[in-house]
Design a protein around this ligand. Structure first.
Ligand SMILES: C[S@@+](CC[C@H](N)C(=O)[O-])C[C@H]1O[C@@H](n2cnc3c(N)ncnc32)[C@H](O)[C@@H]1O
Length: 293
């Protein structure tokens, strides 16, 4: 694919990350950066080299806001309202889909992302719909420093984003940061692809919930226990990729529980999970309150 060998900002990316700083917009690579063998690119920091300008510009073709609104329905809004949550931290803003849905529904939302390209696109998407996003450019691993002394009713980490963390200590660190920006009775809503199914039975998709665009295909081109490499092919023949860590459902639940959350409910494709069900995505809702029933 175009630009794979181009490594314009890899060095500056590394030095920024070494200082626990995200990569500023002017240093963001223009094309996706992978090594000679892309299946060896397995690092938490690598998302910065994947959400590049020309992929971000196409992200909304992939997720299709209208179809996604229909697929998800009111799931997140209903849950947050039923639990009386109002002040929301969207830690994986991407192009702004959930931030905008929630603002539109009357929630108070702060929108975080580690990718400057994504935040610029999200701000623009919101503005086009008549909203101004409150954005924070920060990485989950040092979230508390970047959102500065604020506490939230809910943290949402949606769109299969947590899968970008390749090292277990980064997953634990990110969950500890999510836990600590929450009020004493706050909740975390975190979703993930059903990697158990892909690892155990191969890939299939109902294509209904997340990657809803009809003119785009998203499929794994390489899988092992430590890597899911997905290819996104667009109508004009262009291709982009994401390297992700294939989280097993029970492993994710254990990590969330180890971070201190007292209760976790897991839904499959926005419904109560049923035995034998094989959903495309899981949504975990985790409760911080000690007495969560
Ligand atoms: C798959 S996209 C999902 C975006 C959006 N939530 C959606 O559903 O369309 C994942 C997002 O997580 C962000 N991200 C990945 N790792 C991150 C990290 N360590 N800190 C902050 N943001 C991160 C990426 O920049 C990207 O915008």
């Amino acid at each position: 694919m175009s630009g794979q060998s181009e490594r314009p900002s890899a060095e500056s990316n590394d030095s920024n990350l070494a200082k626990n700083e995200v990569v500023p917009l002017h240093e963001s690579p223009k094309h996706q950066v992978y090594g000679e063998d892309p299946t060896q690119d397995r690092s938490t920091d690598h998302y910065q080299a994947e959400y590049v300008e020309n992929f971000v510009e196409r992200w909304d073709e992939l997720i299709d806001w209208d179809a996604r609104t229909e697929g998800e329905g009111q799931f997140f809004i209903d849950k947050l309202r039923a639990l009386g949550k109002e002040k929301i931290l969207d830690v994986a803003t991407g192009t702004g889909f959930h931030s905008v849905q929630l603002i539109k529904a009357g929630f108070n939302v702060t929108s975080v992302d580690g990718s400057a390209q994504m935040l610029v696109k999200a701000f623009d998407n919101a503005q086009k719909r008549g909203y101004v996003l409150t954005t924070v450019h920060g990485d989950w691993r040092w979230l508390n420093r970047d959102v500065e002394d604020q506490q939230f009713d809910a943290v949402i980490c949606l769109g299969n984003s947590f899968t970008h963390l390749f090292e277990e200590h980064d997953r634990r660190r990110a969950l500890a940061e999510f836990y600590s920006v929450l009020k004493h009775d706050g909740i975390l809503i975190l979703d993930q692809r059903n990697y158990d199914s892909i690892l155990d039975n191969g890939f299939s998709t109902k294509h209904k919930y997340y990657y809803c665009g009809e003119r785009v295909s998203a499929k794994p081109i390489y899988m092992d226990d430590g890597l899911a490499r997905f290819e996104y092919s667009f109508e004009d023949g262009s291709k982009h990729h994401l390297n992700m860590f294939p989280l097993r459902k029970d492993y994710t639940r254990k990590l969330i529980s180890d971070a201190g959350f007292q209760k976790i409910e897991t839904f499959g494709d926005f419904k109560e999970t049923q035995p034998g069900q094989d959903p495309d995505f899981f949504v975990h809702i985790a409760y911080k309150a000690y007495d969560a029933e």
